[in-house]
Design a protein around this ligand. Sequence first.
Ligand SMILES: CC(C)(COP(=O)(O)OP(=O)(O)OC[C@H]1O[C@@H](n2cnc3c(N)ncnc32)[C@H](O)[C@@H]1OP(=O)(O)O)[C@@H](O)C(=O)NCCC(=O)NCCS
Length: 196
Amino acid sequence: MYLFGASGHGKVVADIAIENGIEITAFIDHDVNKTECYGFPVIHNIIDKEKPLIITIGDNLARKKIAEKIANKVEKLIHPKSIISHTSKIGKGTVVMGGVTINADGFIGEHCIINTNSSIDHECHIEDFVHISPNVALAGNIYIGEGSHIGIGAAIIQNINIGKWCVIGAGAVILKDVPDYSVVVGNPGRIIKKIK
Ligand SMILES: CC(C)(COP(=O)(O)OP(=O)(O)OC[C@H]1O[C@@H](n2cnc3c(N)ncnc32)[C@H](O)[C@@H]1OP(=O)(O)O)[C@@H](O)C(=O)NCCC(=O)NCCS
């Protein structure tokens, strides 16, 4: 498997691949100064278009742009020490890290990052290219639009809709719906700006 993005996040994903017994051929990275990452070679172009790949870039928009360009088959990676309901669905290109719980009837889209120890309760619907940071707590029946980033340790109460391409600040507590492109911080969460 190729890991696209020789970064700290890439190293965490590499560990998950190794835990799953998947052989890592190389990292791919546009930075030609990088030649090695986490003991693996870094190459600068995709050599084998048949080889499965996962995009290991934390930035949601960058991940989307690369996903639109690549032709390789995209895999999902799930840490063996995560708890995922058999009724939940997880899209291709998504990585689920250690300690995550995804409860009943969850839907996680493509190319998402479900980061360490986050908790996603029943019937949450998470669109493509979302990043749920470490220790986020999502209550039941939450919708998160495409490309949104939920910051580390944020908490969102049940039945909330978060729009697309939002940023929820670290530690925020979200008690009401958040419109598209909003940056929200604090407890209770308040919009501090819009992303253009
Ligand atoms: C919300 C966030 C994106 C804002 O970043 P920014 O656009 O650079 O904003 P600034 O740092 O200029 O802060 C703007 C104001 O919001 C406040 N603020 C920023 N983040 C905040 C947070 N998480 N909680 C409370 N207030 C916050 C700042 O103190 C500042 O207040 P002021 O205007 O009174 O001085 C960022 O602070 C954040 O929380 N990012 C999440 C990072 C994360 O979770 N990473 C995990 C990766 S795995």
